[in-house]
Design a protein around this ligand. Sequence first.
Ligand code: CO8
Length: 256
Amino acid sequence: YSNLKYAIKDSIGYVIINREPQLNALNQETLDELQDIFKHFNSDDHVRGIILTGAGHKAFAAGADIKEFMDLSVIQARWLSERGHIIFTDLIEGSPKPVIAAINGYALGGGLEMALACHIRIASENAKMGLPEVSLGLIPGYGGTQRLPKLIGKGQAMQMILTGDMIDAQRAYELGLVNEVIAQDKLIARAEEILQKIFTRSRVAVANAIAAINAAEDRQQNGNKLEMDAFGHLFGTEDFKEGVSAFLGKRTPNFE
Ligand code: CO8
């Protein structure tokens, strides 16, 4: 890839946006590459969870690449917005494996929207977050108007989106935008620790939990029905038998 670094280690797939001089801004080629690596990681059995972060210590991703905007027609901009929606919704939010955004600096505009599509967000102490699109005469175009209100409530989301102001990591934590604030040098280790904890649980149960939680926010799906179906389905799995017999036998389960 020209714009991403990636690795697989200890069942974790790492995706690192690698455009440090541009503050990891998401140009169209980066979107293509994100689509490719998430497709790959989502179907690779060696990967049980994913960490998404930005190269360097300054930015997670400072938005869509504004330099590409001037050449876009109305139709192309609409199409690009839809492409971002599809990639973030189907491949990141819709990943059957837990995806953690390790927000290591600026997460602005499309960069914050990418983090919002992840299942869990943790931020370094120096991180700054915002949806500054109105300052460009735009609105968020990669799902921000939909995901931010669900995460932090309509009123706070209105204020962030209408003012375009940035907030710091501590404020993001207070709003529930990030789950934890961590020292920069411990950020990835903490994301790894969270994933390794999840890896001790049943893989099939984790995937079904993600799908059921996602369904709660999807107007096309009946989340309650999906939860009931998934719950019933899990009763037929080997992991369920192992989990219950381990509990009753007072031992640690060995999920395959
Ligand atoms: N796009 C392109 N280049 C960028 C971007 C960006 N979003 N952000 C930073 N850069 C570049 C700068 O142009 C600069 O490049 P150069 O060295 O060649 O001049 C380099 O990164 C370093 O940036 P700064 O010199 O500005 O660094 P500062 O430390 O002074 O400031 C900021 C850091 C505050 C993060 C500042 O760079 C900034 O405000 N960036 C823009 C943030 C922004 O407005 N993001 C939202 C973009 S719009 C968007 O994301 C819409 C998403 C939906 C798209 C839908 C499809 C069309």
